[in-house]
Design a binder for this molecule. Structure first.
Ligand code: HSE
Length: 437
């Protein structure tokens, strides 16, 4: 049987999971691949901590170059994370004609186009199934399974930390900080929690998925990103009373000459299947022209779910090596010459429905003033709800709009904030409805 030699850079949670799965599933992988997947070397700066794995003949070294420059190694798995040393190691590996597997979504979102170019130049594969949605096979779905489809839209929950926090606030009425602490205690959050809660991790994943869905270069910088810091139990409760659930969604939509790509807290109907994705789970709903709606649901993070996705890439590459097929599937799903610079719609040009909440003074004429300003800016109100007066004399006023242009809404909110009718900044949450709603 052919032996495929593998090296792992980084022996942290994901690296340990990959090593574990390669050892545990040796027989299954051999029988499915028709080759021996030999974990030859692991490199990490910490080579003393016991990870609980019997490494057998696998070398554990502290110098990554012993893997990158080892002529016998076919596939290098990067599980270091971050955008500096990991980027250098991946580029060096590609230059040395190694196939690379990575879960590093931040690196791919920021520098993926360069990595893809380097892989193409060296005629090797760059695989990243674990970068988006953990074990959900979304990369393969977009790149291979749905090739005969125009992808009309994608809506996804891609950050377990945010989904856990929103679920916790919704269920227990916890405040944001307590819910974040609980997510951190469970090990969901990134080392820097801002990556999760301010929406950047989700945006990294959307940048990758958008590229695969539409045949465009990876474009992170034009994605509109908002996180969940301002979401409170009050808004979740209001949402519920209108039949909506609040989720941090990654939304990608195709239009004739541009795409939408945005990450923000979103109200979706409680009949939308994504509204039932709770806790740290991830899900993606894809609306494509031949298939209609398709949905994937699964663990978006965690040692073994992520390792499972990494192993699927390793086996894909091993199968290519065995069959002599080089770079059979284009890395971004389209051959390089067919990748187009498709612009992302600027946020101010978006048309959608809005949930607006104001802390209004309880004076006669206040409601008329707020709705007057909305009307002057072309914004049509679908419904208005006012809750009982608070002890401080303020009343929460909630309005749901019909479809309006983002620029009009932002302008109106600025004007309303300047009046003495409201205190504090208004809350804006976009509403996403499917064609059926
Ligand atoms: N911190 C991420 C999450 C891990 O919470 O989903 C996977 O990218």
């Amino acid at each position: 049987m052919k032996i495929i030699h593998i090296g792992i850079l980084g022996y942290g949670v994901v690296g340990t999971g990959v090593a574990n799965l390669l050892k545990q599933k040796k027989q299954l992988l051999e029988s499915r691949t028709g080759a021996v997947l030999n974990l030859k070397t692991i490199a990490d700066i910490d080579i003393t901590t016991d990870r609980g794995i019997d490494l057998g003949t696998t070398n554990l070294v502290s110098d990554a170059n012993l893997i990158i420059n080892d002529p016998s190694i076919d596939i290098i798995v990067e599980t270091i994370g971050g955008e500096t040393i990991a980027r250098k190691f991946i580029l060096d590996s590609l230059e040395n004609k190694k196939h690379v597997v990575t879960a590093n979504k931040a690196l791919l979102a920021g520098f993926g186009n360069d990595l893809v170019k380097a892989a193409r130049k060296n005629m090797v594969d760059l695989a990243f199934e674990a970068s988006c949605g953990g074990c959900m096979p979304i990369i393969k779905a977009l790149r291979e399974s749905l090739v005969a489809n125009d992808i009309k839209s994608m809506a996804a929950i891609l950050n377990g930390t945010c989904n856990y926090i929103l679920t916790k606030i919704s269920r227990d009425g916890s405040d944001f900080e307590d819910a974040l602490k609980a997510a951190q205690a469970l090990g969901y959050a990134e080392a820097e929690p801002s990556l999760d809660i301010d929406g950047f991790d989700t945006a990294h994943k959307l940048a990758i998925l958008n590229s695969l869905a539409h045949g465009m270069e990876i474009n992170l910088k034009d994605i509109h990103v908002e996180g969940i810091r301002n979401i409170t139990a009050v808004d979740i409760e209001f949402a519920r009373s209108f039949g909506y659930i609040i989720k941090l969604l990654a939304i990608g939509k195709t239009h004739e000459d541009h795409v939408e790509a945005r990450v923000h807290p979103t109200m979706i109907s409680s009949s939308n299947p994504l509204s039932h994705v709770d806790g740290s789970m991830n899900a993606i709903a894809i609306d494509a022209d031949a298939t209609g709606q398709t949905m994937l649901y699964g663990h978006g993070a965690g040692m073994m779910p992520t390792a499972s996705a990494v192993l699927s890439d390793i086996v894909d590459i091993a199968r290519n090596i065995i069959s002599g097929a080089k770079t059979r599937v284009p890395i971004l799903g389209y051959p390089e010459d067919n990748i187009k610079p498709i612009p992302i719609l600027p946020m101010e040009e978006l048309y959608t429905k809005y949930f607006l909440r104001f802390e209004a003074q309880d004076h006669p004429g206040v409601l008329a003033k707020i709705s007057g300003i909305l009307g002057d800016n072309n914004i049509s109100i679908k419904s208005v709800h006012q809750k009982g007066r608070k002890s401080n004399g303020k009343v929460p006023v909630v309005m749901i709009t019909h479809i309006a242009r983002e620029a009009w809404v932002q302008k109106a909110l600025k004007q309303i904030s300047k009046t003495d009718s409201v205190v504090g900044d208004p809350i804006l949450i976009r509403i996403e409805e499917t064609d059926q709603e």
